[in-house]
Design a protein around this ligand. Structure first.
Ligand code: G
Ligand code: G
Ligand code: MN
Ligand code: NA
Length: 256
C-alpha cells in the first residue's frame, strides 16, 4: 500500500516526532516523569497518531526500528532537559517496547549503547511493556527483566488488567510499576466493579512492593478516589495531554 511505502521512507526521512505526556505524583502534584509517545508527521496527511500506523508498522516489521528510534530520541531529550533544568535530574522518561523488540537477542547491548551514547543515567529510563508482550516472550521475559534491572533501568507493566495476566509469575518479575489500564480508570466513578478492580490492582502492586500509575485520569472524582486508594501516580487529560517537547519542557520549567 501507499501508506506502507511511506512508512518505509519515514524512518530515513526522520518524519517521526515524540510527544511527552506528564506522569504526576498524586502526593506532591508534581511531574515525576513523562511517557514518550510517537507521532508521524506525514508529508501529506499531517500529524498521525499511533492508532493510524502502529498496526501496519507491526505487521511490516517496521515497529522495531521505530521503537529503537523512539528510545534513542527519548533518552537524548531527557538528558538534554537534565542538563538545562537541574530539578529534572530525578525525572524519568518512559518508553514503550513492542513485543518483537523485547524479544531481540541483542536487546541489552543495544539499550546499553544508547544510554552511553546519550549520557542518560539508566535510572532515568523506564521501560513499559504490555502483559501480552510478556506472554509472547514467556520463556525469556524473566531473564530480560533481571538484566534490565541489573543495568538500573526501571520496569513498568503497561495496560495492566487487560491482558491475559498470569498473576502467579508476577511476583517473580522485578517490576517497579503497574500501570492500570485506562478502561478501568474511565469507569471507576460510575461502575463499582471497575472501582474494585482498581482497588485490587493497587493492593496487589503494594503487596509486591510495586507502585502504581493510573492511566487515563480525566476527572477530579477519579483523582480523589485514586488518592484515597493510595495510588502513587496519575497520567491523563486531567493533568495534561501528550505535549510536543517544547511544551513539555515549559511544564517542568514552571514547576521549579
Ligand atoms: O499516543 P497514544 O496517545 O495515541 O498512543 C496509542 C497507543 O500507541 C498506546 O497504546 C501506546 O502504548 C502506543 N504507542 C505510542 N507510542 C509508541 C511507541 O513509541 N512504541 C510502541 N510500540 N507503541 C507506542
Ligand atoms: O498505553 P499507551 O501506552 O497505550 O497509553 C498512552 C495512550 O493513552 C495514548 O494514546 C494517550 O494519548 C492516551 N491517553 C492519555 N491520557 C488519556 C486520557 O486521559 N484519556 C484517554 N481517553 N486517553 C488518554
Ligand atoms: Mn504506555
Ligand atoms: Na497504557
Amino acid at each position: 500500500s501507499q501508506l506502507e511505502n511511506d512508512l518505509r521512507r519515514a524512518i530515513e526521512r526522520q518524519e517521526f516526532r515524540l510527544y511527552y505526556q506528564p506522569i504526576v505524583s498524586l502526593v506532591t502534584n508534581k511531574i515525576v516523569g513523562f511517557e514518550a509517545l510517537v507521532r508521524w508527521q506525514h508529508p501529506q496527511r499531517g500529524l498521525l497518531a499511533p492508532a493510524e500506523f502502529i498496526l501496519l508498522a507491526q505487521e511490516t516489521g517496521l515497529l522495531v526500528q521505530i521503537d529503537w528510534w523512539v528510545l534513542r530520541e527519548a533518552c537524548r531529550q531527557m538528558r538534554t532537559w537534565q542538563k538545562q533544568i537541574p530539578t529534572t535530574s530525578s525525572l524519568t522518561v518512559s518508553v514503550n517496547f513492542c513485543s518483537k523488540q523485547f524479544g531481540q537477542s541483542n536487546l541489552i547491548e543495544q539499550i546499553d549503547q544508547i544510554l552511553r551514547d546519550t549520557g542518560l543515567d539508566a535510572r532515568s529510563l523506564k521501560v513499559e511493556i504490555t502483559e501480552s508482550a510478556i506472554i509472547e516472550n514467556a520463556e525469556s521475559a524473566a531473564a530480560i527483566f533481571s538484566q534490565l534491572r541489573a543495568l538500573g533501568i526501571q520496569l513498568c507493566i503497561d495496560d495492566f488488567g487487560t491482558g491475559y495476566s498470569s498473576l502467579s509469575y508476577l511476583h517473580r518479575f522485578p517490576v517497579n510499576t503497574l500501570k492500570i489500564d485506562r478502561s478501568f480508570v474511565n469507569r471507576m466513578s460510575e461502575d463499582s466493579e471497575s472501582l474494585e478492580i482498581v482497588r485490587t490492582i493497587v493492593m496487589l502492586a503494594h503487596n509486591l512492593a510495586m507502585d502504581v500509575i493510573a492511566e487515563g485520569v480525566e476527572m477530579a472524582e477519579q483523582l480523589a478516589k485514586l488518592r484515597e486508594l493510595k495510588c502513587e501516580c496519575g497520567q491523563g487529560y486531567f493533568f495534561s495531554r501528550p505535549l510536543p517537547s517544547e511544551q513539555a519542557e515549559m511544564s517542568i520549567a514552571i514547576e521549579q
